[in-house]
Ligand binder design. Sequence first.
Ligand code: KPL
Length: 310
Amino acid sequence: MKVAVLGPGALGCLMAALFREAGADVSLVDYRPERVARLRLQGIQVHTLEGGRLVIKAPIGLGPEVGPCDLTIVAVKAYQTETAARTLPGLMSQGGMALTLQNGLGNLESIARIVGPERLLAGVGLLGVTRQDEGRIIYAGRGIIYIGAPSGSRVSRGEVAAVVNLFRRAGLSCQPREDIQAVLWEKLVINVGINPLTALLRVPNGVLLQLPEAWEVAVAAAQEAQTVAQAAGITLSGDPAARLRQVCTDTAANRSSMLQDILAGRPTEIEALNAQVATQGRALGLPTPVNDLLTRLLRAAAQSAPFKVG
Ligand code: KPL
């Protein structure tokens, strides 16, 4: 199976490196020629918390150099999905699949607008991976990846199983899910709790468990998201606080993706996370005051960057 990974961020580099290590035919795709040249030279460096370091030279190219691929993994930030999706027709083979492994809601819809829903897969990863620098990442938390065909997709169970096996051969723990829409929401419930709080307070995920006031806000945001999901007809089992606690424990040393974005001065994924909960809550007549406030604070944090003191 020929695979492209779209986006050389933390997750994209990790996927390309692990697939390449496992002998898969994988290429990393970027849109910036200077970065492609640098990454070709230096390779991808994967550091582990135990002090291990791997340098992997996976093929890296601009979109038009790479296709046609049987599987294209979209691993860009949610705010880049619309732009990245425009490269998909040139990357996907006839009958090829596109798999979004992104945070938040709205990515599937943006991709479907360009290539249609029929060959789409959604994936949800609970991994801790931090981008240290260009092409240099820390693999901080080994979690699970769920993959499934969302509604409107015609990807068969056998094809899902083949993709799941590809991930497993790369050493990742991966499971097929028929209810991937619910899994996307389960991850959203976690992200709306952990990401904005860790970004505002500038702490790794595990520290939230030691800050009772921050923890209460994180749990309240997650609970609002779960209520909105249920009102939207998505059945989520279990207690959001327990789920948050588990992920904070499993990825304790990890810097959330939103914290990494804030520290690097990049836009954050707040619009695909807490803002989505607020918008969908409003449409369903449900108040979401905690998600509203966190959305505003993160928007303000981004706007305040040029005025920072100290
Ligand atoms: O998905 C994540 C993120 O940082 O975006 C978690 C699971 C919270 C890991 O940090």
